[in-house]
Design a protein around this ligand. Structure first.
Ligand SMILES: Nc1ncnc2c1ncn2[C@@H]1O[C@H](COP(=O)(O)OP(=O)(O)OP(=O)(O)O)[C@@H](O)[C@H]1O
Ligand SMILES: [Mg+2]
Length: 210
């Protein structure tokens, strides 16, 4: 079983959006992947999304510090292939519990909303738990150099954490899809840029999880 955790101390950077997309795409792999999503956020964005969703996959369970480890153990026993954990913003209580069990920690970063303090806290937590991280630029503006500048800052701040080649643009259909209880690939044509970006990111994350 692999554990993919979506984590950053910075609020609103796209944790829930990316966690949902990685979980949906993983659950739709040809060779029936068994995927579970754990929503560790008190705001329960992912749990809210699943209530609107008609499909049963991927199942989303609200989790807290008390239940999380038990869910991970149970998922392992039941032969789940991938658990995706959607973390809360700010200093998650007991984040260590999750980070130390994660095979990969996906850190969404919004160019232009660079909050160095939040990033440093995030990187510190990843390093202290000997976890492997990957930054993903999300909500990238269509124009300008902000994303490239952000990538340079990240490379200087945390050279051991790579930046994903796949960037996620700022695209309204991402939020429209989630509001409809769907992922972008279920909501828009595969030719839609947003769907292509989500698929490319999933492939890259899958390679990094191996
Ligand atoms: N690539 C994107 N393009 C457009 N809108 C996006 C994108 N990613 C996220 N959003 C929107 O930005 C807002 C914040 O995203 P999301 O809820 O995924 O962030 P979060 O990190 O989980 O937030 P929180 O810290 O509150 O848990 C949402 O309204 C979401 O629809
Ligand atoms: Mg969230």
């Amino acid at each position: 079983m692999k554990v993919l955790t979506v984590f950053t101390s910075k609020g609103g950077s796209g944790k829930s959006t990316l966690a949902i997309h990685m979980a949906v795409l993983a659950s739709q792999q040809k060779r029936g992947n068994r995927v579970l999503m754990l929503d560790y956020d008190v705001q329960e964005s992912s749990t809210f999304w699943t209530r609107t969703r008609k499909a049963e996959n991927p199942p989303v369970l609200p989790a807290n510090a008390g239940s999380l480890v038990g869910y991970l153990d149970q998922a392992e026993e039941e032969g789940i292939d991938l658990v995706v954990v959607d973390m809360p913003p700010h200093s998650a209580i007991h984040a260590d519990l999750v980070l130390s069990r994660s095979d990969l920690v996906l850190v969404p970063v919004r160019p232009g909303a660079l909050d160095l303090w939040a990033l440093e806290t995030t990187v510190k937590a990843i390093n202290e738990n000997h976890a492997r991280g990957i930054f993903v630029l999300n909500q990238v503006p269509a124009r300008g150099t902000e994303a490239d500048e952000t990538e340079e800052v990240l490379a200087q701040m945390a050279p051991q954490i790579p930046v994903a080649k796949s960037r996620m643009g700022y695209r309204k259909p991402f939020s429209s899809a989630l509001t409809a209880g769907l992922a972008i690939t279920e909501f828009a044509s595969p030719r839609e840029k947003a769907a292509q970006e989500a698929t490319a990111l999933f492939k890259e994350i899958k390679r990094n999880l191996k």
